[in-house]
Design a protein around this ligand. Structure first.
Ligand code: FES
Length: 109
């Protein structure tokens, strides 16, 4: 395990979600009602950075072609919309363990 510090727990609580750079990765982290989540923030379709969190469904939508990812598992729930005949392959994203370590959000990369 390699825990890396990201942002303060208070900052994440206020923002709810944010994409953070950790070494060579960009990771989407979220605090939903005290539950912490972390997954790759770079879309598996065409590498846009994710950002549209749905707190009720625990999903994140890609702003570029609207693929939807499960925040808990990283699974792609809805494929990107590019054209009606485009392949509907569903490529998920990696998730990470995340913790609050004395006021700092850390991700196991
Ligand atoms: S880049 Fe995310 S859906 Fe296309």
């Amino acid at each position: 395990m390699v825990w890396k510090r990201t942002i303060s727990a208070k900052a994440l609580e206020k923002a709810k979600s944010v994409a953070v750079k950790v070494d060579d990765k960009v990771i989407f982290i979220a605090n939903i009602n005290g539950n912490l989540y972390a997954m790759d923030a770079v879309c598996s379709h065409a590498r846009c950075v994710l950002g549209q969190l749905d707190e009720q469904k625990l999903t994140v939508r890609c702003p570029c072609h609207h693929a939807v990812f499960d925040l808990k598992t990283g699974a792609m729930l809805e494929p990107p919309y590019v054209s009606p005949n485009a392949p509907k392959e569903k490529l998920g994203l990696k998730t990470y363990q995340i913790r609050d370590n004395i006021g700092w959000i850390e991700v196991d990369v």
